[in-house]
Design a protein around this ligand. Structure first.
Ligand code: AMP
Ligand code: FE
Ligand code: FE
Ligand code: ZN
Length: 284
């Protein structure tokens, strides 16, 4: 019998990944995964096609998304699973993020221009899959980084983040924030299961402690860039709280070549819990 493995964290061209939702599902199938959740940044766009296509190629899928939130000024990513793609609260949240991101990206472009690296919004859009008529794309800093490479300002994405786009760098702008508390409340109203993403990347113990006291449904205990000891810590916390322990690779394709699809995953039992909620949500 083939072991059931489901990767619950990956990105498509609907945000800053480099494979389309269909290509991602085909890769998942060819990698021997039994289940997948596509978790684009602030977007549920892939689910206009992903469920039908997953069904066609014989891989199981549950809805997912990774939302950018802010807690006491610190950036916190949270994962939402099992919502209905038709849910109006989720759609509105994604729409708010679209506006937030456009304003923020324009501020970053202003700062880059002040540092003698002019780039137009069109040049950034050209680095995304925006030309694909099937999907709208969440535009993020990786697309700005690609435009910087095209203009010859930096040699690679890493240099763009290390020197200019990282959170402590001269051309970063956080833009308007959407709070972790509000996002969690909205996602719960929408019937989603809500999970703290890659907790070890938060790097601020006060924020982690605050998050652990909030009413999340789970924690991402298995993550491609956690070592065994790091996993242990989050697994213990998750078990004590009786939370779901989720896992995924955070695969992005070429923009983050070190994360391999399927390198972190959950077992069938965890997948079925999320899938059961997903089926309930779409039947309502
Ligand atoms: P944004 O959501 O637009 O603020 O951009 C954040 C995204 O940029 C993250 O989800 C990562 O995919 C990517 N990212 C962040 N830091 C780096 C880095 N140092 N190198 C490459 N990609 C990065
Ligand atoms: Fe990303
Ligand atoms: Fe993240
Ligand atoms: Zn991610």
């Amino acid at each position: 019998m083939i072991d059931f493995r489901a990767d619950l964290h990956c990105h498509s061209t609907c945000s800053d990944g480099t494979l389309s939702p269909k290509e991602l599902l085909i890769l998942a199938k060819n990698s021997g995964l039994s289940g997948l959740s596509i978790t684009d940044h602030d977007s549920i766009e892939s689910y206009s096609q992903a469920c039908t296509f997953a069904n066609e190629i014989g891989i199981e899928i549950v809805t997912g998304a990774e939302f950018s939130t802010t807690l006491k000024g610190i950036s916190v990513h949270i994962l939402a699973y099992a919502y209905s793609p038709e849910n109006i609260l989720i759609k509105d949240l994604c729409e708010n993020h679209k506006h937030r991101r456009r304003e923020r990206n324009l501020k970053i472009l202003e700062k880059l221009a002040k540092h003698n690296m002019p780039i137009t919004e069109e040049e950034v859009l050209a680095c995304s899959a925006q030309h694909d008529e099937n999907f709208k794309t969440t535009i993020g800093r990786p697309h700005i980084a690609l435009a910087m490479i095209n203009k010859g300002y930096v040699k690679d994405i890493r240099e763009a983040f290390d020197k200019y786009l990282g959170e402590s760098c001269c051309c970063y702008d956080p833009g308007k924030s959407i709070s972790t508390e509000d996002t969690l409340e909205t996602l719960h109203k929408a019937g989603a299961l809500v999970v703290i993403a890659h907790p070890h990347l938060i790097g601020n113990s006060e924020i982690v402690s605050k998050l652990l006291h909030m009413n999340f449904d789970g924690i991402e205990g298995y993550y491609s860039r956690f070592n065994k000891d790091q996993c242990e810590r989050w697994l213990k916390i998750g078990k004590n709280k009786n939370w779901l322990i989720t896992g995924g690779s955070d695969f992005h394709g070429d923009t983050k070549p070190n994360s391999i699809l399927g390198s972190s995953w959950v077992n069938e039992e965890t997948f079925r819990v999320i899938q059961t909620r997903f089926k309930e949500n779409i039947q309502q």
